[in-house]
Each structure stands twice: as structure tokens, then as C-alpha cells.
Ligand binder design. Sequence first.
Ligand code: NAD
Ligand code: TYD
Length: 346
Amino acid sequence: MRTLLITGGAGFIGSNFVRLILERHPDYHVIVYDKLTYAGNLDNLKDVASRFGDRYVFIQGDICDAEKVGQSLQIHNVDTIVNFAAETHVDRSILDPDAFIQTDVYGTYVLLEAAREMGMERYHQISTDEVYGHVPTGTSKESDPIAPRSPYAASKASADLMVLAYHITYGLPVTITRGANNVGPYQYPEKVVPLFVTNAIDDLPLPLYGDGLQVRDYHYVLDHCDAIDLVLHQGEIGEAYNVGSGSEMKNLDMTRLILGLLSKPESLIQPVKDRPGHDRRYALDISKLRALGWAPAHTCEESITSTVRWYVENEWWWRPIKNGEHYQAYYRAQYAGREAARELAR
Ligand code: NAD
Ligand code: TYD
């Protein structure tokens, strides 16, 4: 039996992971610890309480709150922390980095201290391929230097370094996974794939940054969760593991694929001013994870195809978010004037 504190478990990847763990390990208990920021949503876990009864507990809390973190670990006899909690959107980190430093850096430190003090059996950190920075050719290996370029990536890289430092200095049993761009059910529609799918369903423009030739590995969220489960059980302590599909796609091709799947015209593509410091390409070498016996089940194209289907079938989930005042205010701040700015820059 194992009791996991899953921070950020009400977010996109965290909620998919909670379901996977409870389904796969009938003797495990899961405590979701989540602040419920704009990105946290109890609708993501709607079926979980009824399906899994007292094997699942939800606590609303901030990972920066050391007292509440400590109490939650103690009351529920937690032996494993899996930290998904983070501010996660690059564009928001450009508009306002403050919350990224608080949650992604300081919050990780609070969790590490609690893990050390209470002798956790494992601390697992969910990290990202963005810590390696822009990769013009080839693929990033776990041993490559980290070279983050956005405030989001820098905050995640700082957390990785602190996690590894806690292992080296205090012997804390840590592991890290560095995931590629995830897609799939319950992703907040500020990230490009759900944004473009839901805009296209409503015949709204798809704001494609710059020339659209940036490359990403659009990886299926359940493949990512499967890999995290494997690393939790078979990963080597003190090690980081890259997690991706090993395939890649240009943003323009991803956009055309979405429009084609929805039978929408390419005239919906609206080229807009590029993101500052936009990383042109991420690409991961996943051989270290493959050596543990893992293989991705979906290519980028298959992942995006499944994701489009889910958003078409689950308007109940995303439409209230997009109609909400928070989303609309963000959309205006991020996109209003972007088209005009691009014209001026020509
Ligand atoms: P998300 O934005 O959908 O969810 C983040 C969750 O964390 C939300 O439920 C939010 O309420 C919670 N949270 C935020 N601040 C908190 C705080 N201070 N205390 C407690 N909870 C807090 O994010 P996601 O896309 O599911 O990403 C999860 C993790 O995976 C993050 O650490 C992210 O850096 C990493 N990651 C994401 C991707 C991706 O493509 N989405 C890829 C690789 C790695
Ligand atoms: P995003 O989903 O924000 O993930 P990340 O920046 O973490 O990779 O963006 C994925 C790609 O899509 C990235 O190259 C930026 C691009 N993009 C757009 O072209 N338009 C948009 O409106 C957004 C949000 C992203």
C-alpha cells in the first residue's frame, strides 16, 4: 500500500494521473492537494470521488503554505509526493512572472523541505522539456546542460536543480520526469491545441505565432502519465527521465491537421506577432526511458486526433471556461492588438 500526495492534481496532467494511479493500483490512496488557481478545476475529477470512494481525498491548499503541506502529509500518512503543481503557461509567464517564482520555485522548495523533514519514501518532480531551451538540431539528453529561455522554463529549471540538490545534499530519494508538450482531455484552452480546436469549432481565428514553423512534440497525456507511473516504481533514485513521443510536428502542420479534422477552412489561420524569445524547437531523446521498458503509444498526429475528438464530445467541460470572465480578460490581454502589431512590424 502506498499513499501519494498529488499536488496540482486538479489540473490537466495531474487529474489524468490521479485516475490512472487509482485504476492501476487498487491498494493505493491518493490525496490531491491543489490551490485551485484559474487552471485547477474540480470538473477534471468529477467522476473520481464516486468511483474510488475513500481511496481519494481532496485538499484545497497552496504548496507555498508549509504548515498546511506538513499537516496534510502527517494526517494522511503520506509516503510519496508527486509534484505537478505549477504555473504552466509560457505566455502568462511573459506577461507576469511573479506567480511562477512563487509556486514553481518557492513552492517546490517547501515540498522538498517537508519531504526531508518527514522522511518521504519518494519525491517525484514533474518537469518539462523546456528546461533544455531551444534545440536547433538533434535531441536533448538528460545529461545535457539546462538552458531555459522563458520565465516559465527558468522557474521549472530552478526547481529541477533544487530537487537534485536535495538528493545530493540530504539523500532525499527523488526522481524527475521531463515531459514534452502534452495534449489530451482536460487541458485548459489557453494552450495551443485546445485553444485552436475550440476556436475552430466556433469559427474563430486561430492566432498562429510568427511563421508557424516552430516544432513541438505533441505528446498524449496518458502516455506521459504511464511513464510517470513507471519511473515512480522502476526509476533510479536521483535520476531524471525525458518523456515524449519521439515524433515532432511544425505548428503550421498541427494547425492544418486540426482544421482538416474539423472540416474547417484554412482561412481561419490568423498569423500574429510572435512570442518574445520563442523557442523554435524542442526535441527529446527518450532512450533512457525506453531502457526501462517504456514505449510511447501515440504519435503527435494520433495524439492530436484523439484530442480533437474529446473536445468535440465534451463542450460541457470547456465552454463554461471560455465564457468565464477570467478567460476572456486573459484572451484580451494576450491577443488584442497582436494582429495589428504584426502588421506594424513588417
Ligand atoms: P495546469 O496548469 O493544467 O495545472 C496546474 C495545477 O496546479 C492546477 O490544478 C493549479 O490549481 C495547481 N496549482 C497552481 N499553483 C498551485 C499552488 N501554489 N499550490 C497548489 N496547487 C497549485 O498544468 P499541467 O499542464 O497539468 O502541468 C502539470 C505539470 O506538468 C506542471 O508542473 C508543468 O510544468 C508540467 N508539464 C506540463 C506540460 C504540458 O504540456 N502541459 C509538459 C511538461 C511538463
Ligand atoms: P503552448 O501550448 O503555449 O506550449 P509551449 O509554449 O509550452 O510549447 O504553445 C505551443 C506552440 O504553439 C508554441 O510554439 C507557441 C505556439 N502558439 C501559437 O502559435 N499560438 C498561440 O496562441 C499559442 C498559445 C501558442
